[in-house]
Ligand binder design. Sequence first.
Ligand code: MLT
Length: 256
Amino acid sequence: MSRPINVHLVPGLFEPADLRGGVAVVIDLLRATSTIIHALASGATSVVPCGEVDEARRLASQAPAGSVLLGGERRGMKIPGFDLGNSPGEYTRELTAGKTLIFTTTNGTRALIRAKEARRVLIGALANLEAVVELLAEESGPVHLVCAGTEGRITLEDVLCAGAIAHWFNLAADDADPSDDATQLALHLFASCGHNYDRAYEDRVLAILGRSRGGRNLIDCGLIADIAVCAEQDKFDIVPELSRDPWEIRVARKKK
Ligand code: MLT
């Protein structure tokens, strides 16, 4: 049986039940999923995604002192009273190791919550591209690439990352079926960068990220440096996965 690759350009374009039985990869390249990957790679024990700021504050207030960090953003900026914002570079080993990160962002954590009915919910970005593709190739069933978008609107950067995952997964799995129209759209966008990881490819990826909706928002916030950090490919060999009970994200595995 073939394995359809479905790119969901924004979370509102699928019903949660559509993902049942499949493996979802949630993508918020700028920056929520890139930041979750950095935090876990820096030794955070888990990440608890929250849809709302008040919920995040409440969970943090119930945790033993010193055991948690509150992180995330609204309008791109650190939330008042939080420990950290949503810049991947903030999540250093020194600050993060051994801590639980309670995390809320505008679109990324909400996309994760909407994808929760999939059989497995993985966290993807360019930072762990190869590790995600390897895990998907070992799995079975449909693949759902869920782009977080920005406030219900399509964002180029998430579609580009979905295209990269779809491209390499299609090559890695004999039975992959990339015929879905949104998947073809994402593949075309990724193909416009070329596929070989060289300087020209990196420049084209950066150019697309810089003019994407998420990239423009970061530039307006004075956070342009985050774009280059999120564009770094295969920096980590981990795949984070959302567990439903308990509700948290942990490293599912390291790439072989
Ligand atoms: C989001 O969840 O939409 C992003 O985290 C936004 C951002 O990076 O500021």
